[in-house]
Write a protein that binds this ligand. Structure first.
Ligand SMILES: Nc1ncnc2c1ncn2[C@@H]1O[C@H](COP(=O)(O)OP(=O)(O)OP(=O)(O)O)[C@@H](O)[C@H]1O
Ligand SMILES: [Mg+2]
Length: 498
């Protein structure tokens, strides 16, 4: 039962519950009515038995008639038999032996008495009847009979019997009728119950629909339009109260999301403003450091070295500030340039730059015959590819092979994204990204805590920017980590040229 209930909807449970309850009620009613009817009919039969006994008594006392079964009795000649119910059995027992056993028959409208053939078992049953107490027995030639024995004159015993056939057929007919009526009632109740339950649960479905609509909303970030509410909630009903509570919760969540969005916007503006404001003094520091370094003939070497460091750190900081500004701008959803970008040419350029920067690595390029074109911001896309290649160079030891592959992906192969796509993958056979870092590698300021990264002065913003730029182009950047090595894959919507 518990197994069956598990996973069933409320609707199914309610309908099944009503159905089972009704079936049990029908069974009880069926039993009760047939037992009551049977009791009533038996009572009446017992009364008839007493009357039939006294009437047959009279008939039997006429010596010429009982047992004269072969002679049809004519109406008027046999008044006692005429008054008897067809099937009435009369037996006379004298000295513990059966003297006579006759039954009233109706042969073609003629009522007559005919002899009854009794088996030894029937005789023993008839002889052992308790006087005055009606008993149900089965006689071999007559079937089920209700018998009553009474003491007759001279120590004789008279047994009168009436057939149970009529009672049986009446009860049987009642049972068949009840069965049909109950089956129809169950069917109708099942159908009407299903409709009724469905109707009653409709408000609950509205709550579910609203919850589903809210679930499909991207609540993670950005401005969220959470106007969905459960319609037609009636606080007088339980489901209505659920709807009201749900609506209140949605209102609460909406307010919280608006507050979050406001504070996020404020933070983004602050980062953008701060980065922007930092650029000017940084440019000043860099210029002055450069100026001072150039005129350092009389300055000791340490000072010259320190000025060099100031300049290079100012350059690094400038880059960092530029990155932060770019991220802040991408966060605000500022539109990018929309121009035709020849990705094949771009990849060739960036790879040849990487070859120069990392001569100790083995670079290889796999391009399709036809140039692949996407729509977007060439400068930003260049930055993305350059970052992936510089990662493959900086975060892997010398001698690592790096394969840059560009290909057109026919619609459907990338699954979720519709339309034709261009796939750019950068794969190296280096040490790979540590497993614990893989889930967070696209987050800001996340980098492996190894000496190599520290020495190269990496900031951990490169992949965050790459992902934000690719997203702004309607594409996706994913890390594919299988076995040794690292593969980053960019999927972009193809431009008109593909
Ligand atoms: N090809 C790679 N092989 C091994 N580790 C990598 C690879 N690419 C990225 N990583 C790891 O992912 C981290 C994050 O990379 P990301 O480009 O975001 O930052 P970064 O390269 O450290 O700094 P930045 O790019 O801002 O100068 C890196 O610090 C490095 O640990
Ligand atoms: Mg990087």
């Amino acid at each position: 039962m518990r197994d069956w209930l598990a996973g069933r909807t409320l609707r199914t449970r309610l309908i099944a519950g009503v159905f089972v309850l009704l079936a049990v009620s029908c069974t009880i009613i069926g039993f009760a009515t047939s037992i009551t009817l049977q009791g009533f009919l038996f009572g009446r039969l017992d009364e008839q038995l007493v009357q039939a006994g006294s009437r047959l008594d009279v008939s039997r006392e006429r010596p010429d008639r009982p047992g004269d079964s072969d002679r049809p009795s004519a109406p008027g000649r046999d008044p006692d038999v005429q008054g008897q119910t067809v099937g009435t059995l009369a037996v006379r027992v004298s000295d513990r032996s059966i003297e006579q056993a006759v039954v009233v028959r109706d042969t073609a409208g003629q009522i007559s008495l005919s002899k009854v053939a009794l088996t030894p078992a029937d005789r023993s049953t008839l002889l052992n009847l308790t006087p005055g107490q009606p008993t149900t027995v089965r006689l071999s030639s007559l079937g089920e009979y209700r018998l009553r024995a009474t003491g007759g004159p001279g120590g004789d015993t008279q047994v009168t019997g009436l057939s149970l056939q009529e009672i049986e057929s009446t009860v049987h007919r009642l049972e068949v009728t009840e069965l049909i009526v109950f089956a129809v009632a169950l069917l109708l109740t099942g159908l009407a119950g299903a409709g009724w339950v469905t109707l009653s649960l409709r408000p609950l479905r509205r709550v579910t629909m609203t919850a589903k609509q809210v679930t499909s909303l991207p609540l993670g970030s950005g401005e969220v339009d959470l106007r969905h509410r459960v319609p037609e909630t009636d606080p007088r009903t339980e489901v209505g109260q659920l709807g009201v509570a749900f609506n209140q919760m949605l209102g609460h969540v909406e307010t919280a999301l608006e507050e979050r969005e406001t504070s996020e916007v404020r933070l983004r503006r602050f980062v953008a403003d701060a980065s922007h404001e930092l650029r000017t003094p940084l440019a000043g520091i860099r210029s002055y450091a450069e100026l001072a370094r150039r005129s350092t003939e009389d300055v000791p070497d340490e000072v010259s070295h320190a000025l060099g460091r100031v300049e290079s750190e100012a350059v690094r900081m400038g880059r960092l500030v530029d990155d932060l500004l770019l991220l802040a701008r991408l966060d605000t959803g500022r539109p990018l340039e929309q121009e035709e970008v020849d990705l094949s040419r771009l990849v060739i350029e960036v790879t040849s730059d990487a070859r120069v920067a990392g001569p100790d690595h083995r670079w290889s390029l796999d391009l399709p015959d036809e140039p692949l074109v996407v729509r977007g911001d060439e400068h930003r896309l260049h930055q993305v590819v350059a970052n992936l290649l510089s990662n493959a160079r900086i975060h892997t030891p010398a001698g690592t092979s790096v394969v840059v592959r560009l290909s057109a992906d026919p619609a459907g192969q990338t699954g979720r994204q519709a339309g034709r796509r261009v796939i750019l993958s950068v794969r190296d056979d280096g040490p790979g990204i540590p497993a614990e870092l893989q889930a967070h590698v696209f987050e800001r300021f996340v980098r492996a805590d190894d000496s190599r990264s520290r020495v190269k002065g990496s900031t951990g913003l490169g992949l965050a920017i790459a992902q934000a730029v690719v997203k702004a182009h309607g594409g996706s950047l994913t890390l594919i980590s299988r076995g040794a090595g690292t593969e980053f894959r960019i999927s972009l919507p193809a431009g008109n040229g593909v």
